[in-house]
Design a protein around this ligand. Sequence first.
Ligand SMILES: *Cc1c(COP(=O)(O)O)cnc(C)c1O
Length: 226
Amino acid sequence: MIAAQLQHFWQELAPYNCQLIPVSKTKPNELLMEAYKAGNKVFGENKVQELVAKHEALPKDIEWHFIGHLQRNKVKYIAPFVHLIHAVDSLRLLKVIDKEGRKHNRVINCLLQVHIAREESKFGLSAEELTELVATAPWQELAHVKVVGLMGMATFTENKELIRQEFKHLAGLKDKISKMDLPPAIELQELSMGMTNDYKIALEEGSTMVRIGTAIFGARTCMTNG
Ligand SMILES: *Cc1c(COP(=O)(O)O)cnc(C)c1O
């Protein structure tokens, strides 16, 4: 079942040059191992404690993506091994990631999260804050972070046109920022957008990473866990 779903997504995404990030949050290690044995070595998680426990228990060649809201005091737990942090939305957080990257002598890849949805509750920078951060952060001091793209979550709605507009907005911001005079620490390649309900629209709008949980691992029983 999981293997078949992975196959399905790999085939569907291939023409778009888009990477599948299977989101395994709340799911037990047995299910992650099932995906691993089917050839998947990438997982997205949104809770630090859960990510650390899974990293310790599972094979070491897995790439772990942190996709949730990251608190500054928890960066240290994932800094030694995390492959990509998807949702960086402040300079303060970026500075902590840099500090922890320095301690572990590694450059930590990050995406800047942009608030593209209508809902108030979602995290992320406004378009203005994004431009401001890119233009004014002390990038020469941030030698242990690399900003490789943008991430966004569309409004949770049936309105496909609204979702499309929001993804278009994010893709447009990536183009706009890419034309700015950028420091070496910023090289925007990735657009992390699209989940189970809206990934097809995201693909059409240029997503390079879709984060898919439910369609691969089944529904999560605990809805409060994201
Ligand atoms: C849970 C989660 C996903 C996956 O959502 P599904 O609807 O289950 O595909 C994607 N991105 C983020 C940030 C998430 O928290």
